[in-house]
Design a protein around this ligand. Structure first.
Ligand code: SF4
Ligand code: SF4
Length: 251
């Protein structure tokens, strides 16, 4: 497909996607407040709340993928040491100007002039309804039918950057070396397909923040964490309807 042909394609809903201004905020980490305010907190112990925020939550035994990869972030444990970012850069050849995962931060008042800093690790959410896949004109971005990872076929990417505009999480960047868009793929090519059970960031985290796992494995730590009774679990920006597979909690 040629660049000019893009204009002839049917609009797949990019109009409804977040404004450039919101994307810029996210890029500079200033949208953390917006993320907190905009993201409704939900508890997976309440099916009604969970469904309103994430869309239908698959019932036990009926997940769309097997394995159904997920990451749970125990957010309050993050100390901003950036070892996850370093491991990711090394493992996945991420250039200095790009990122596959990063840490956003927020300073908030905790009373009497006291402030605390909160760190939020972010990466591609491997959405169940990924806007990036919907808008890609060449199917270079696709959702793996077996494991649900949102993948990139670099050879098919024409660098139109439509997917970058469509992602509500600013999870993609253009990699000059490949002349293609790049993003997290849960280390599929570099680790999972070679028999490793964890992503590089999860393996490197000294604080147990990033718990990578398979939601269809009810004995996995990831499954158990997000189904802990009384624990509040949330996803980022549920209002987009993208249905992320990265879950946040404090514990
Ligand atoms: S977070 Fe962004 S890049 Fe990742 S699957 Fe969702 S829309 Fe696509
Ligand atoms: S390695 Fe873990 S604790 Fe350190 S910044 Fe990354 S997520 Fe946070």
């Amino acid at each position: 497909m040629k660049i000019n042909d893009l204009e002839k394609l049917k609009n797949e809903g990019a109009d409804a996607l977040p404004s450039e201004e919101r994307r810029r905020f996210l890029r500079f980490g200033l949208a953390v407040t917006g993320v907190f305010v905009g993201g409704s907190v939900l508890s997976l112990t309440s099916a009604r709340n969970a469904e309103s925020a994430m869309g239908p939550v698959p019932a036990a035994g009926s997940f769309p993928y097997s394995p159904h990869y997920t990451m749970v972030m125990r957010q309050n444990r993050c100390i901003d040491c950036e070892r996850c970012m370093e491991a990711c850069v090394k493992t996945n050849s991420v250039p200095s100007y790009g990122y596959r995962t990063t840490i956003l931060q927020q300073e908030r008042e905790i009373g009497k002039g006291e402030k605390e800093r909160v760190f939020m690790p972010v990466l591609c959410n491997h959405c169940n309804r990924p806007p990036c896949v919907r808008v890609c004109p060449t199917t270079a971005t696709y959702k793996d039918k077996k494991n649900g990872i949102v993948m990139m076929d670099y050879k098919r990417c024409i660098g139109c950057k439509t997917c970058m505009a469509a992602c509500p999480y600013n999870a993609r960047y253009f990699k000059e070396e490949n002349r293609a868009v790049d993003k997290c793929n849960f280390c599929f090519d570099t680790r999972l397909s070679k028999g490793e059970s964890k992503t590089a960031c999860a393996a490197a985290c000294p604080a147990g923040v990033r718990i990578f796992g398979d939601l269809t494995d009810y004995n996995s730590e990831a499954y158990k964490l997000i189904h802990k009774p009384e624990k509040v679990v949330w996803v980022l920006r549920p209002e987009t309807g993208a249905m992320p597979n990265v879950f946040y909690m404090n514990d």
